[in-house]
Design a protein around this ligand. Structure first.
Ligand code: SF4
Ligand code: SF4
Length: 215
């Protein structure tokens, strides 16, 4: 017996074939759209840079590798071994040993595990002598993790080899303070405002009132 018995059955069959045709056209359009994008990108200029064959220019304010530097005027090591960077470092990758000297102190040993560094720059921010700084480069690729355990000599060599970034501890700390104008307008608590005597300072003597008659 035929499955088509009524007009309703004919309508159902017609709808079914129409839906199948719609689905096919949707699939074909999706494939053509994807192929169009593929062909468009086939002839587009690549955006990747062939590093390290081709070097990229770092932005002006780029800060990458960490290094130790020498004092510009004396040529001595700028690090005084104070260990502030060691105390502040969140993942504790810095270890410093102080060497006491007659005029100043030095770092007897200084190690930095660069492979575990977070590049938070806190060590740079706290350094009182601008001895530890970030370089304007990150060109130290290696497949050997041990090469990224930096001792004092290696850190100084990096400081000589790469251009320094603008950021030193003193500059960064200056940026964090209130602007100089604001400091002058709102002196810190306990600081006498100009023209106001400091606490404990005797008030200037007031001239005694003169009597009506001449002496
Ligand atoms: S940048 Fe941050 S994580 Fe890296 S050594 Fe300095 S303080 Fe430690
Ligand atoms: S690098 Fe700076 S903060 Fe770290 S030990 Fe040396 S002087 Fe102190």
């Amino acid at each position: 017996m035929s499955e088509i018995q009524t007009a309703a059955d004919v309508r159902v069959l017609h709808d079914k074939s129409r839906r199948t045709g719609t689905e096919v056209s949707v699939i074909v359009r999706a494939i053509l759209g994807a192929m169009r994008i593929t062909f468009k990108n086939l002839f587009r200029k690549p955006v990747t840079v062939h590093y390290p064959t081709k070097e990229r220019v770092y932005p002006d304010r780029y800060r990458g590798l960490l290094a130790l530097v020498y004092e510009e005027d004396t040529g001595e090591e700028a690090c005084i071994g104070c260990r502030l960077c060691e105390f502040v470092c969140p993942p504790a990758v810095i270890k410093v040993e102080m060497l006491k000297g007659e005029k100043r102190n030095y770092a007897k040993a200084f190690t930095l595990e660069l492979y575990a560094c977070e590049f938070c720059e806190l060590c740079v921010q706290v350094c009182p002598t601008d001895a530890i700084v970030m370089m304007k480069s990150f060109d130290m690729p290696t497949t050997d993790r041990r090469e990224m355990l930096l001792d004092k000599d290696r850190l100084h060599a990096i400081g000589q080899e790469y251009p320094r970034s603008w950021a030193t501890g003193n500059k960064l700390r200056d940026m964090q303070g209130p602007p100089k104008m604001a400091r002058a307008e709102h002196p810190a608590p306990g600081t006498p405002a100009s023209g106001t005597p400091a606490p404990g300072t005797p008030a200037p003597s007031t001239p005694a009132p003169t009597s009506g008659g001449a002496a």
